[in-house]
Design a protein around this ligand. Structure first.
Ligand SMILES: *Cc1c(COP(=O)(O)O)cnc(C)c1O
Length: 314
């Protein structure tokens, strides 16, 4: 191999400052194209009932629904919060939704199961998702506990009629007589028309690993999170936020202030040693390890603990 040649210094060249566009000529205020009553109403402001323990409290949901009586409402619960991996009490929230009505029927119940949804594959852990079956719609992100490259988001609906809003006819795409003649019409399946076959990889994974195979990967990651929590608890220098519900573990060095925690994370990252996340919980900053690689070994976890202990100034 040739010895690398020193790179010639780049020629310095002044980058021309782009000329700002001329100010927009002041237009006369045009009347709206449609009478105001046809304009889409502003979506209501989302309400987040207080959640001091990190999960949605069914009683707080009940109070919010009482306040909003008579209005169309969608309650969105989370199965697997991004930071602490907590699961909202789905059966209790489903009960409260069922007990209230809107002008169009019972309150709609949606579950964001982006993170925890694939626990359904695990015979051991699917109980954590009790109540998910009562949701009208569920979202799942198979690029987390599903091991897919992005994009792998799914919206599951109980009733296909809920997808009717996606239905659309364009003569050049799905002329009625073609659809009647049995040609596939994908226009009602996605917001997009031209798109990659994103679902192919998911279909291949499901065929190759099956429910049991995916469940085994979920179980391995769930066990790894408990193992990491054990190691944190055993370390005299580290504090565990809580026993993990899913596969995220929040921990921090004892007595470290927030800037120190943030600096440890950045040092490990920039030195190429470990990629940890960060999360604020109970008003304090924590390091966040999200266990999603089933090939992780106990030794990897021990090394991670050693790295964090070693980067903690004392
Ligand atoms: C990851 C996640 C999402 C969606 O994130 P994307 O990476 O944009 O797909 C939504 N909700 C929760 C709770 C998540 O953890």
């Amino acid at each position: 191999m040739n010895a690398p040649q020193p790179r010639p210094a780049p020629a310095t060249r002044a980058i021309p400052t782009p000329t700002p566009p001329p100010p927009h000529p002041r237009r006369r205020q045009r009347p709206p194209l449609l009478p105001a009553r046809h304009l889409a109403p502003r979506p209501p402001r989302p309400r987040g009932p207080p959640h001091p323990r990190g999960t949605l409290d069914p009683t707080a949901v009940h109070h919010a629904l009482t306040d909003l009586a008579g209005q169309p409402v969608l309650v969105a619960a989370t199965a697997g919060t991004t930071d602490a991996g907590l699961v909202d009490p789905l059966p209790g929230i489903a009960d409260r939704c069922a007990a209230h009505t809107t002008p169009t029927g019972p309150v709609d119940f949606h579950v964001d199961a982006a993170y925890a949804g694939p626990l359904l594959f695990s015979a051991t852990h699917r109980g954590l998702l009790a109540g998910l079956d009562r949701a009208r719609t569920v979202t799942l992100d198979l690029h987390k506990l599903g091991w897919q490259p992005a994009a792998a988001g799914l919206l599951a609906v109980r009733d296909l009629a809920d997808l009717a809003v996606l239905g659309h006819t364009a003569d050049y795409l799905n002329a009625d007589d073609d659809t009647d003649a049995g040609l596939p019409d994908l226009l009602g399946r996605s917001l997009r028309t031209t798109r990659r076959p994103d679902v192919l990889k998911t279909a291949v994974t499901l065929r190759a690993l099956g429910r049991t195979g995916l469940g085994a990967l979920v179980d391995t990651c769930m066990t790894l999170a408990q193992d990491l929590a054990d190691l944190v608890e055993k370390s005299p220098h580290l504090e565990l936020h809580a026993r993990p519900t899913l596969t995220t573990v929040l921990f921090r060095p004892y007595d470290a202030d927030a800037p120190t925690v943030a600096a440890i994370r950045r040092t490990l990252l920039t030195e190429g040693r470990a990629v940890l996340g960060r999360a604020t919980a109970d008003g304090r900053l924590w390091l966040k390890a999200t266990l999603l690689n089933p090939h992780t070994t106990l030794d990897d976890l021990i090394q991670l603990i050693t790295l964090v202990e070693g980067s903690t100034p004392r």
